[in-house]
Design a protein. Structure first.
Length: 404
């Protein structure tokens, strides 16, 4: 059948295999933009603020649900430890929870199977080292000298609420930027940028939380109130902050990598995906919680100060990933057929699964290899020919006898 959006001859299905346009009626007002079917997980809307499918876009739907349950379960454990008066321990656990989940993700999907894991580990470590040094220095020079219960001066508010958050954001970009300048030829995909940004942000956040917990344990930081109120005050932040740091840094890196991705976009990309928008959103995402907590903090307000910017960052990040996956679509690159890990149909190697509409580049490499059926014997998926981007090859015929 002919796609009304790109005009190409595409295999029979619900989506165009080349441009991802929704072909079946009754989908959405703009079938080419398909806001109801997120490119990395068409079960979800682009506007659904799901943490897992945003930060872990390579997971298939079953694993997305599994990781969601693990995250919720571990968060519950952290809270219970907090209410059992083990606040510093639970804060450290909370600080390590998301990074550990990320490690599991990295292992499960093997984002870079031909590259030693040190690349991602090093990005995380650079973030963690910078986080440790900066938090200790900033705490000693700025926060420790300021009396609590005293109305803060404007200069202090500007420093703690604006200056430091922007400095922290800059430090979190150091690791990914080194990779951007040194290894851009190898890591050329928008999702690579997201991975590095998230790793660096998580490293920094983990270090910051652990340094603060250590100051709390050693008594350098003032412990206030009874433990349960302390648990309520610190633990939600220890859970939300890593996600926020990962989100702002991942957003900037995704937008940066997207700009320099050599694949020509199929149409003018939405301004929401531009680097200036990402930079402004990330800066706001860092400043709003810091200013809010300093000026109008409180047990419950602090949670809001972090949760609202996090929600905004996640929604924007999903837009960038969705638009990037659709407008710079390319096929997996081996020219054979593939068993779609999302809907389990055998489909030709096109940028999109004609049946469920997932952007096939968002699936993990292990699935791309294992599921390959009938690819040429010498074809190595993806890694050796990342820029093939052969959206111009004629569609392979769908294999017969699709086993659903
Ligand atoms: Zn099309
Ligand atoms: Zn599919």
């Amino acid at each position: 059948m002919r796609c009304p959006n790109c005009g190409r001859e595409t295999p029979e299905g619900n989506y165009c295999g080349y441009c991802g346009t929704r072909l079946t009626a009754g989908a959405s007002r703009d079938p080419a933009r398909r806001g109801s079917a997120y490119a990395a997980n068409p079960n979800q809307s682009v506007y659904q603020p799901d943490v897992i499918s945003t930060f872990f876009p390579h997971l298939n739907p079953q694993r997305t649900r599994l990781f969601g349950w693990i995250l919720a379960g571990l968060a519950l454990v952290v809270f219970m430890l907090g209410f059992a008066n083990l606040v510093p321990i639970s804060t450290v656990l909370a600080a390590l929870l998301v990074p550990l989940l990320y490690l599991a993700y990295f292992y499960v999907v093997q984002v870079y199977e031909n590259e030693p894991a040190w690349v991602l580990g090093a990005t995380f470590l650079v973030g963690a080292i910078l986080g440790t040094v900066a938090t200790l220095l900033l705490y000693r020079t700025v926060v420790a000298g300021h009396p609590i219960f005293v109305r803060p001066k404007t200069s202090y508010v500007l420093l703690v609420g604006v200056g430091i958050p922007l400095l922290v954001q800059a430090l979190m970009l150091v690791g990914p930027l080194i990779l951007f300048f040194a290894r851009r030829e190898r890591f050329n995909d928008m999702l690579d940028g997201l991975t590095f940004g998230v790793a660096s942000g998580l490293g920094y956040a983990a270090a910051e939380s652990i340094v603060f917990s250590w100051l709390l344990i050693t008594g350098a930081a003032p412990a206030l109130g009874d433990p349960s109120s302390l648990a309520l005050r610190t633990i939600p932040l220890a859970l939300l902050k890593p996600l926020l740091y990962a989100g702002t840094t991942g957003l900037i890196c995704s937008a940066l990598w997207l700009r320099f991705d050599k694949t020509p976009p199929t149409r003018e990309m939405s301004a929401l995906t531009s680097l200036p928008v990402a930079l402004i959103a990330a800066a706001l995402g860092m400043i709003i919680p810091a200013l809010g907590v300093t000026l109008y903090g409180g047990q419950y307000f602090n949670i809001l100060w972090y949760a609202i910017p996090l929600l905004g960052i996640i929604l924007l990040l999903r837009q960038v990933l969705h638009v990037g996956l659709i407008d710079k679509a390319r096929s997996v690159g081996h020219g054979g057929t593939i068993s779609c890990p999302h809907c389990h149909q055998t489909v030709p190697d096109l940028p999109f699964c004609p049946n469920c509409g997932i952007a096939l580049r968002s699936i993990d490499k292990r699935a791309r290899v294992a599921a390959t059926v009938g690819a040429p014997a010498d074809a190595t998926p993806d890694a050796t020919q990342p820029d093939a981007a052969d959206t111009t090859t004629p569609p392979a015929q769908p294999t017969e006898g699709n086993d659903a």
